[in-house]
Write a protein that binds this ligand. Structure first.
Ligand code: PMP
Length: 440
């Protein structure tokens, strides 16, 4: 059955959607970290829907929450009405918010992260009366018009010629390939000074924006954690200039980085938080949570048919509570630290590993050309073919990983937060073997 399904989908899915080709697996069963293919093979899932599956596949509390809604005969879809499931989800969500549950408004978006980013852009434009946006090099915010304009990866934008929105691009503090050739704390300091200069120098030619949009840890951009000090500087700067700070926690949220929301590491309270992926407990759900002072848009200003699906809200509420009650954020921090430490040992023996970095269970291994010419900071050129080979070798060893970053040269691990120590060991040994095999 697996081979038939793959062959038919090869012709039915558009070639723009390459997933079916890059991971030729037809999953028929899944539980926890393990996905079973129609061919009977098992895979350890460290892709996990790009970080969506905080509790892994088919966690019993998620399945039970979905069953409860079905068994109660509750409506599966309603519009413009309050429901018990919505009430329960918003209670669970607001309880997680930085600084406590008060003073926030929740807006349910069309079920993807990109739609919530669109909503954030529209809301802040309405609230400030401004239209420009500050966004960062290497940032990823989704594939719809506004979210794509905010995205920093030219490969997905260049074919369109122009983007839908005026965006001022600021340097993100990516120490390994520092845009200023400085790296470390000083690179981040200069990035912060540059942002400040844009707003304070009348010769910068830049109007104050409707919002500053950033990821606390860039995900698709190659797993680049923002230093806490830099984030605090961005908070101070935006507060001084009356600019809403929008944090895109679509990938970083729900415990993944070692705090429930990644901004909590720095103590920063954003004005707007964009969330999706894990908040739906593996079903599609996206929300915008924002300070009530920003609640300036008119009824109907951002609508959509599928907003806040009942099953997703039930699965999501169960997930949010489980992560909090079991302190899976702390678990993610501890296991993540261990995985990074072990991978740095691998790096010592493998010249193709340029850098290992991460926060919690958002981990990146930057693959470089082993004998390429290093730049002024010692980083060798990206190695997309080699990174692809690592991914293929992982697949051959039953390990699913994701690529991202500059030229798709960063191998990304986003395992469910319920990963056990034994599973972490197995991931490490498979990945180490895969890197060795790809390098040969
Ligand atoms: N923002 C971030 C930080 C993301 O990682 C993603 C998806 N990878 C998005 C937005 C877009 O979410 P979606 O794919 O659900 O539209």
């Amino acid at each position: 059955v697996g081979a038939d399904v793959l062959r038919r989908q090869e012709n039915r899915e558009s070639s723009a959607r390459t997933y079916a080709r890059s991971l030729p697996i037809v999953p028929v069963r899944a539980s926890g970290l393990v996905v079973e293919g129609a061919d009977g093979r098992s895979y350890v899932d460290c892709l996990a829907g790009a970080g969506t599956l905080a509790l892994g596949h088919n966690h019993p509390v998620v399945v039970a929450a979905i069953r409860r809604v079905l068994d109660a005969g509750a409506p599966l879809h309603v519009l413009d009405m309050a429901t018990v499931e919505k009430d329960d989800f918003t209670t669970a969500l607001l309880d997680t918010m930085p600084g406590g549950p008060d003073g926030w408004r929740v807006h349910f978006c069309g079920p993807t992260g990109a739609d919530a980013v669109e909503a954030a852009i529209k809301l802040t434009r309405t609230a400030t009366g401004r239209h420009n946006l500050f966004a960062f090099t290497g940032g990823y915010h989704g594939m719809t018009a506004g979210a794509l304009a905010a995205t920093g990866n030219l490969a997905v934008k260049a074919p369109l010629g122009a983007t839908a929105l005026e965006v001022t691009r600021l340097p993100f503090p990516y120490a390994y390939r520092c845009p200023f050739g400085i790296g470390g704390d000083m690179g981040a300091e200069i990035a912060a000074r540059y942002a400040r200069r844009l707003l304070t120098d009348s010769r910068s030619g830049v109007l104050p924006p409707a919002a500053m949009l950033l990821e606390p840890v860039q995900g698709e951009g190659g797993v680049v954690p923002a230093p806490d000090g830099w984030l605090r500087q961005m908070r101070a700067l935006t507060a001084e200039h009356g600019i809403p700070l929008v944090v895109d926690e679509v990938q970083t949220g729900v415990g993944r980085t070692g705090a429930f929301w990644a901004v909590q590491h720095s103590g920063v309270r954003p004005d707007v938080l964009v969330a999706s992926k894990a908040i739906g407990g593996s079903l599609p759900l996206a929300v915008l949570v924002y300070r009530e002072e920003l609640d300036t848009w008119a009824p109907g200003a951002h609508t959509g048919t599928f907003r806040g699906n009942q099953l997703a809200m039930a699965a999501g509420a169960a997930t949010l509570r489980y992560v909090r009650e079991h302190r899976l954020d702390l678990r993610a921090a501890a296991v993540g630290e261990r995985i990074v430490r072990e991978l740095r040992r691998v790096q010592a023996d493998r010249p193709c590993v340029g850098e290992v970095r991460g926060r919690g269970l958002m981990i990146g291994v930057e693959i470089v050309q082993p004998d390429g010419e290093p730049d002024e900071l010692g980083a060798r050129p990206t190695a997309p073919a080699l990174a692809g080979a690592v991914r293929a070798e992982c697949l051959a060893r039953g390990l699913l990983v994701e690529l991202g970053g500059r030229d798709e040269s960063v191998v990304r691990l986003l395992p469910p937060l319920i990963i056990t120590d034994e599973q972490a060991d197995s991931v490490l040994s498979r990945l180490a073997d895969a890197v060795a095999a790809a390098e040969r």
